[in-house]
Design a protein around this ligand. Structure first.
Ligand SMILES: Cc1cc2nc3c(=O)[nH]c(=O)nc-3n(C[C@H](O)[C@H](O)[C@H](O)COP(=O)(O)OP(=O)(O)OC[C@H]3O[C@@H](n4cnc5c(N)ncnc54)[C@H](O)[C@@H]3O)c2cc1C
Ligand SMILES: Cc1cc2nc3c(=O)[nH]c(=O)nc-3n(C[C@H](O)[C@H](O)[C@H](O)COP(=O)(O)O)c2cc1C
Length: 689
């Protein structure tokens, strides 16, 4: 009886607790001034964290996302909707650009994140006369959609879907170095036709390994020709510039001004888990260390980022995303070239009140904040930007060259390739080389793409380092063909920090000027599928030259940990490569320690220590028979990390060759065998280009 009343008390307390939490949430935590629909959105963002970066500013606090997208289109007289599936912003940027182009053809378009829309409504879109549904979709991983397109992708694949008479077109974004090239774009295009859609234009395939800008521009030309033909519109491709955002001058109350936060205002002062793309954690850097030997002209840094007391969890093989900030000198140079007071606080507000995206980045903020934390100022300028800023060149020759490159004529394409792409001309370079060009900074802020986070394969195991994540990053710097010194954004933030020895104690004080206090980086963890086998006994073969070693350092730490727990750990084999033994051999002493501990079998290819180049791929070929036995007889798992372009491709074909040579298979059978390995999760890649 006592037990019964005790359990009743407990149940009551639990119910009371839940009710109290809900009441507190409703009255205190629910964003003010939002409709119920937006409140459900904010809950969703907690459970589905990863979203395209450009969209983060789409809903400044307090802006409701109301109604269905079709109702909103009908309400504002729009006939075209552009959906984007984007991870690092390119697909969204292309989506915005094509929606802007639509105005030239008298079409009013809206850009939508599929994750924010009820995609069942697509059928209702057909009730709008001369409607168009356009999809700009990037492919990731093993031919997977981006996080924000995942739900739509799965919905589309379900049996029984019908989208009769939906007028659609697809532009896919991908990279030919990956096996599943543009798989998502191709699939969605095919599937929409299968379920009754009417294709307005052949699917476009953008290749990020080539010139994706060119692919996109070429495709949009054909797309608009088809649309004009079908809907009997007049091509008016002269392209008068139309502003998408209007400049709102201050004054703004200081407490409303963003200072570099990615999501919520003041989020870095009052950090609240869970941490994700919308709400990164400002992680203190506990340590940084140069991994290359003294005298080496290159630099590779080992960083340790503190995640204690954050509820952030990770597994070996996950990625850490780091939000970088642009070089202060470069930001100042833009202010200087345009003669602008960078500390002026401004806001950019969408002229289309029904647009999902209200501001291009968190606003209000100072120009300095926008250029430091929100905008990509170091990539080469795209043709759309050149086209739009041409009007601000006073010198006629300079105006002509910009107009030509933005025109997308044959001559313009050649000039753009030579003058911008091949010369790596970014914003500052263009402004320096065309001195009469003085675009208003607010217009530039509207046009520049968002600065996106950089991903790093975590180089530690949570079994050994539960409260910090390790990063192993090569510092990017190079000379451009116009004799300028260029630096990678994120890795030079790391380098600067390392050089200044600014590794600070965890500060209790909120940052004063800007959010990225020295010694801290905004981060979040992105889960990956790059995982150790479930059974400790399963042998693993890891192939990771250069910084491809990163996740394997975590794997080795973890296998060593299990061994110290007296677990039976299978063979752990690493193929690592670097230029030479004396300069860039990463974690040499650690690797030696694991070899001595008999946890690791290590093979290193030093490419430049002898006359003939030796790479990991040479060693793999030499060890073909042994590798085959491990894979075939002992169910070993194979992992590849690092360069997607050459190394990962070569490893893939070597595996096929090994299966052919030692498994007595035909080329087709060997290829199918390697494919099966992938499908069974026994051949995984964590590669980037
Ligand atoms: C899933 C994943 C995991 C990754 N893991 C790691 C890792 O563990 N370690 C690691 O070091 N990196 C890793 N990367 C790469 C990393 O994300 C960054 O791309 C890299 O550190 C460069 O970032 P950055 O901001 O310093 O350079 P950016 O500012 O992004 O500049 C890089 C760009 O500069 C240009 N560039 C570079 N060199 C030259 C040159 N010689 N000539 C002309 N142009 C040039 C290229 O356009 C290049 O894309 C990973 C990437 C992904 C997608
Ligand atoms: C980690 C990673 C994995 C990728 N996987 C693929 C792939 O499997 N197939 C493909 O065609 N492209 C792949 N890509 C290329 C991207 O789709 C391409 O860069 C695209 O432009 C990114 O668009 P976004 O910026 O909108 O996310 C990959 C890129 C990265 C960084």
């Amino acid at each position: 009886m006592e037990l019964f009343s005790l359990s009743l008390d407990l149940t009551n307390s639990i119910i009371l607790g839940i009710v109290s939490v809900l009441v507190i949430y409703w009255f205190w935590l629910k964003p003010r001034g939002t409709s119920s629909s937006s409140s459900s959105n904010s809950t969703m963002s907690l459970i589905k964290p990863a979203k395209p970066l450009n969209e983060l500013s789409a809903k400044p606090s307090g802006v409701a996302h109301e109604g269905s997208f079709v109702d909103r289109m009908i309400h504002s007289g729009k006939t075209m909707v552009v959906f984007y599936g984007s991870q690092t912003g390119t697909a969204e940027e292309f989506g915005q650009r094509i929606a802007k182009q639509a105005k030239r053809y008298g079409i009013s378009a809206t850009v939508c994140d599929p994750e924010e829309c009820d995609m069942e409504e697509l059928q209702r879109l057909t009730t709008i006369d001369k409607h168009i549904a356009l999809f700009c979709l990037a492919t990731y991983g093993e031919g997977d959609p981006t996080d924000n397109a995942q739900e739509f992708y799965e919905w589309l694949r379900e049996d029984g879907r019908e989208l009769n008479n939906l007028h659609y077109a697809v532009f896919g974004l991908g990279n030919k170095t990956y096996e599943h090239y543009n798989a998502v774009g191709k699939y969605v295009d095919k599937r929409l036709e299968e379920i009754g859609g009417v294709r307005m234009c052949e699917v476009g395939l953008g290749d990020d390994d080539g010139n994706i800008e060119d692919d996109f521009m070429a495709w949009t030309t054909v797309f608009w020709e088809n649309v004009c033909q079908k809907y009997e519109l007049v091509i008016n491709a002269d392209g008068t510039s139309m502003r998408q955002y209007k400049l709102v001058d201050g004054p703004f109350p200081p407490e409303t001004v963003f200072t570099g936060e990615i999501g919520r205002l003041k989020s870095y002062e009052r950090q609240k888990p869970p941490y994700d793309l919308r709400n990164p954690y400002l992680a203190p850097v506990l340590a940084s260390r140069e991994l290359f030997e003294k005298g080496c002209t290159r630099s590779c840094l080992h960083l340790e980022l503190d995640i204690s007391n954050t509820r952030i969890k990770y597994e070996a093989g996950d990625h850490v995303a780091v939000f970088p900030s642009n070089d202060e000198a470069l930001v100042n140079r833009i202010g200087e070239l345009l003669n602008v007071n960078l500390d002026e606080v401004i806001s950019l507000v969408n002229v289309d009140e029904d647009a999902q995206k209200k501001t291009p980045f968190p606003c209000p903020c100072s120009y300095r904040t926008a250029l430091t934390y929100y905008l990509d100022i170091t990539s080469v300028l795209n043709t759309q930007v050149l086209k739009e800023i041409a009007q601000y060149a006073i010198n006629e020759d300079e105006k002509a060259i910009l107009t030509l490159m933005g025109s997308y004529s044959e001559e313009g394409k050649i000039k753009y390739k030579e003058w911008v792409l091949d010369s790596y001309r970014s914003l500052v370079h263009v402004l320096e080389d065309l001195p009469s060009l003085k675009p208003p900074l607010d217009h530039l802020c509207e046009l520049l793409p968002r600065l996106h986070p950089r991903y790093y394969s975590i180089s530690s195991s949570p079994k050994v380092h539960p409260t910090c994540v390790h990063v192993t990053a090569v510092v990017v710097h190079y000379k451009t063909p116009t004799n300028r010194f260029a630096k990678g954004v994120a890795t030079n933030c790391f380098k600067e920090l390392h050089n200044k020895h600014q590794v600070l104690e965890i500060s209790e004080n909120p940052p004063e000027n800007g959010c990225h206090v020295p010694g801290r980086f905004p981060i979040y963890i992105r889960k990956s599928t790059f995982r150790l086998p479930f059974k400790f006994q399963t042998p693993i073969i890891m192939i990771g030259p250069g910084t491809g070693l990163a996740p394997f350092r975590g794997f080795i730490q973890e296998r060593h940990f299990y061994k110290t727990q007296n677990k039976p750990v299978g063979e752990t084999i690493l193929y690592y490569g670097c230029r030479n033994q004396a300069e860039d051999y990463l974690y040499r002493d650690e690797l030696k320690y694991f070899v001595d501990e008999q946890i690791l079998e290590l093979y290193v290819a030093f490419s430049r220590d002898q006359e003939q180049k030796i790479y990991v791929t040479h060693l793999l070929r030499q060890h073909g028979e042994k590798l085959w036995k491990l894979i075939k007889e002992q169910n070993a798992s194979v992992y590849v990390c690092g360069d997607a372009k050459n190394m990962a491709r070569d490893v893939h074909s070597i595996l096929i060759d090994i299966a052919q040579a030692h498994g007595d298979m035909t080329a087709e059978r060997a290829s199918a065998f390697v494919k099966e390995l992938t499908q069974k999760g026994r051949y995984s890649q964590d590669v980037w280009s």
